[in-house]
Design a protein. Structure first.
Length: 240
């Protein structure tokens, strides 16, 4: 089991593909690397793909300090893991909470990034009540059960710590204009209004960014409609 001791936590990670430009995928709140299974299959033949479980998620154990959760800390986790594995410059994709993490990385170290993709995320998570999509993600029953089981296995400290981290994150509304990395903003067209509006606002804030709404999908278009999602992401990555 590949575990890296990074930033005072142990992170479970996987590498897929042995050629091409590095691609780093960062999952969201209560997620894990299985959220990216369709992207691993699609991009591993052409990219060196790195996926990991955020602290306290999946197979990454919770930190010893139950309060050691913040978007900034998790951004450092990803930066240090990528560096430890020899990823000097890479394409970065962040989903939901992972999109907040990715924004922090883009602001800290634009020299590390070839491109930035923010999907189903926002510039802030405390400007209005966190909402669910009007309908649940249209995933197979087996997958929904896997997600429910994963959620149940998370420690209360991790669930609360990461939730509080999202609310405490100061966001990027006043900083996003400083993001100079080529940026794609992907979003399920039927995601919650908070996320759709947040994605639209990010497209307004980040200079030169591109917004792509994926029809008939909610918060997980990478799983709900992987063909559309992968095609949009590949078109963007291949421009560079």
């Amino acid at each position: 089991m590949p575990i890296a001791a990074i930033n005072e936590v142990d992170l479970y990670y996987e590498r897929h593909g042995d050629r091409g430009v590095p691609l780093v995928l960062v999952h969201g709140y209560t997620g894990d690397i299985s959220d990216w299974r369709f992207q691993i299959a699609e991009f591993a033949p052409t990219h060196r793909v790195l996926v990991s479980d955020n602290r306290g998620h999946g197979q990454s154990p919770p930190p010893a300090d139950a309060s050691a959760y913040s978007i900034e800390l998790m951004a450092t986790d990803i930066e240090q893991l990528a560096a430890a594995l020899g990823f000097e410059r890479y394409h970065l994709v962040g989903h939901s909470m992972g999109g907040a993490i990715a924004q922090e990385i883009a602001l800290r170290g634009p020299d590390k990034l070839l491109s930035l993709t923010l999907h189903d995320t926002s510039y802030c998570f405390n400007h209005r009540p966190l909402e669910m999509p009007d309908r649940p993600p249209p995933l197979p029953a087996e997958r929904l059960q896997q997600v429910a089981t994963r959620f149940a296995r998370m420690s209360p400290e991790s669930l609360l710590g990461c939730f509080n981290a999202l609310l405490a994150w100061h966001g990027t509304e006043k900083r996003a204009a400083q993001i100079c990395t080529p940026t794609l903003i992907l979003c399920g067209a039927d995601d919650s209004p908070m996320i759709v509006d947040g994605s639209r606002r990010l497209a307004e804030l980040i200079p030169g960014s591109e917004l792509c709404l994926i029809p008939a999908t909610t918060h997980a278009p990478q799983e709900e409609s992987p063909l559309q999602y992968n095609a949009a992401l590949r078109r963007f990555l291949e421009r560079g």
